[in-house]
Design a protein around this ligand. Structure first.
Ligand code: ATP
Length: 610
């Protein structure tokens, strides 16, 4: 059976629909087609903290004004005290200057402190929206994606957004304010020298545009290759046993190296191009400095030009401060581009349609367990998988599906569990078309014992209780007892408190099955879905499992995908599925009588077991 079938996360207590709606109103609506759209969507998250942002902006304005005042006072000191050779009043000016720099430090510290708080909360909010969205995505979404790639969006991409929010917003604001402030003071002091200083700007903008056009392409490539590589690493680590069994280490390493190489190349060009920006700024900065000194010096020789030595010092300092905002912006561009690329990938997931219920769907009432498939057809992509499937199962019946691999057995179960929706026909439970009920309310009344039943990191007790969270310790132990799991649990050093590693590491395949049976017994579902394990389990454990399953199935409608004929024989009805169609149905004896596919299967089994 394919691994698409996963147990529903019925322990989820968060009101996902509500949280999701809130998240969407912040993150949705404006498709992240371009960087402006992406920034607007980030703003939708940020805007919750308007008051704190207002405080940050106030501090940024204050610190920008203070940093403008500093050079101005120094220029004044040169003209009024040093050149005029009159040092009276200089000490008080120095005290004022000292005060300005202390205040500047405090304002800068405060703006950073508040901004980091805002950005961390924003990123937390975005991460939650993304996680809740992922929880609500249909299984078909995960079929097409590597888990590691998705993880990379949750971690690396979010980290990029976080880094940028931490520093870039302040830089951006302070750059704009400083730029405007300096321009005003410079124009006031000497319009001519201001024009000279401004001459570098067109060169700067042209250079930056040329570079960033290239950098943004490589940053996007870098993020994409990083996600791809993470996905590959996750897959190969998860499949290590398989890799070793088939000695696939060499091709795996070769493919890894290819992906790693692609990441390196994209990273190299992204960094190389973006590294040009500060260098370009430096050159232009120095050029501007030299021009101001030269032109300013010439103007200072002419007393009518109104340019003093102090003015030249102020201009020289301002020209540095003036190109600094642009320089900072340029430096921030790396992180900004990488954050936009990251945010785009996050919003891409948030834009994926949810596994939502149909309009007007109602909660499913307590299920009795009648199940009817009425001319159901289904295809995953374009290829038809199930063709016109019809059957009627009464509450309490046990049915088994048999058939060659790829015939569509798992797909039937996937449709019944409402993990996928049929393209044609209806699935009716207790007389109710399942498309008219809420998926969660239906799944919560179904129990699953799967080959790859998921056990999470935690104690055995917690893992069994996952079936019904409010169950008492006694009920958990009673369920384990009925599932024939109590004995092996009691033999473990910590008993029910023994901690399991991720996905049941540390216990055997058979023990894993017993635990998932105990969990299903505790959940007490009306409809049961069983996917018998194919892996070989010793005879004693197998007997225990069979016995536990019989107990579990009592009084419930059970659907089995069975691989062992002796399990199938006990079913009330057997459906033979071939190429997406039911070709035979009936009890074991009836099917043996018609001497078709099932009979052949049985004969083959008899021959093998002698
Ligand atoms: N998520 C999917 N996307 C696309 N095709 C799929 C998907 N899952 C299964 N299929 C295809 O649908 C067909 C039926 O698969 P299904 O898993 O239902 O078969 P099965 O009878 O359960 O097989 P097995 O006994 O090997 O588990 C197969 O051809 C399979 O390749």
């Amino acid at each position: 059976m394919s691994s698409q079938l996963k147990e529903p996360f019925r322990y989820q207590k968060i009101d996902i629909n509500q949280a999701q709606k809130e998240g969407q109103s912040k993150g949705k609506g404006k498709k992240a087609k371009d960087w402006k759209g992406t920034l607007l969507r980030i703003w939708a998250f940020l805007s919750i903290y308007r008051f704190k942002l207002f405080l940050v902006i106030t501090m940024v304005i204050l610190s920008s004004v203070l940093s403008l005042l500093g050079p101005f006072l120094v220029g004044m000191a040169i003209d009024d005290y040093f050149i005029a050779q009159n040092l009276e009043g200089l000490p008080s000016l120095l005290v004022v200057l000292g005060g300005i720099y202390i205040l500047l430090s405090v304002a800068t510290w405060l703006q950073n402190y508040w901004m980091i708080g805002i950005s961390q909360q924003t990123v937390q909010e975005m991460r939650t929206t993304l996680f809740l969205h992922i929880q609500q995505l249909p299984l078909s979404y995960f079929d097409k994606r590597q888990h590691g790639e998705l993880m990379s969006r949750m971690t690396n991409d979010m980290e990029n957004v976080s880094n940028t929010l931490n520093s870039s917003i302040i830089q951006l604001l302070s750059s704009i304010i400083t730029f405007i402030g300096i321009l005003a003071v410079m124009l006031w002091l000497s319009p001519l020298l201001t024009v000279v200083t401004l001459m570098v700007i067109p060169l700067m903008l042209f250079g930056m545009k040329w570079i960033t056009k290239r950098t943004s392409v490589f940053f996007k490539e870098q993020q994409r290759h990083l996600g791809d590589l993470n996905g590959y690493i996750e897959e190969t680590i998860a499949g290590q046993a398989m890799v070793k069994t088939f000695s696939r280490e060499e091709p795996i390493i070769a493919e890894f190296e290819e992906k790693n190489q692609k990441l390196r190349t994209a990273g190299f060009w992204a960094q190389t191009y973006s590294g040009f920006i500060p260098k370009l700024m430096n050159v232009l900065n120095n050029a501007s400095f030299a021009v101001i000194a030269g032109v300013g010096g010439l103007l200072a020789l002419n007393p009518q030009a109104g340019v003093t030595v102090g003015t030249i010092v102020i201009f020289a300092e301002y020209s540095r401060q003036f190109t600094r905002p642009l320089n900072d912006l340029a430096n921030q561009f790396n992180t900004l581009l990488s954050a936009i690329a990251g945010a785009e990938r996050v919003f891409e997931v948030i834009d994926e349609p949810l596994d939502t219920d149909h309009e007007g769907a109602k909660p499913m009432k307590q299920i009795k367990g009648d199940v009817q498939f009425d001319q159901v057809s289904f295809s995953y992509d374009d290829e038809p998988i199930l063709k016109n499937i019809s059957f009627d199962v009464k509450a309490g019946e046990t049915v088994a599906f048999v058939g060659p691999t790829g015939a569509g057995k798992t797909t039937i179960i996937n449709l019944l569990s409402y993990f996928y929706e049929s393209n044609e026909g209806r699935i009716i439970i207790d007389g109710q078309d399942t498309t008219t009920v809420q998926k969660e309310s239906l799944r919560s009344q179904m129990g699953f014992v799967l080959q790859d039943s998921f056990l999470f990191q935690g104690s055995i007790r917690e893992n069994i209780r996952y079936g019904r969270l409010e169950a008492t310790d006694e009920e958990v132990e009673e369920a384990a007892n009925r599932a024939n799991a109590h004995d092996f649990i009691s033999r473990m050093s910590e008993g029910y408190d023994t901690l399991l590693k991720q996905d049941g590491g540390g216990i055997s395949q058979g023990q894993k099955q017993l635990l998932s049976i105990a969990r299903a017994i505790l959940a007490d579902p009306a409809i049961l879905i069983l996917d018998e394990a194919t892996s070989s389990i010793d005879t004693i454990t197998e007997m225990r499992i069979q016995e536990a399953l019989q107990r579990l199935m009592e009084g419930r409608t059970s659907f089995m995908i069975a691989h062992r004929l002796n399990t199938i024989e006990q079913a009330d009805r057997i459906f033979v599925l071939q190429d997406g169609q039911i070709t035979e149905s009936g009890s074991h004896h009836e099917l043996m009588g018609i001497k078709g596919f099932y009979y052949g299967l049985h004969q083959k089994h008899e021959q093998q077991t002698g």
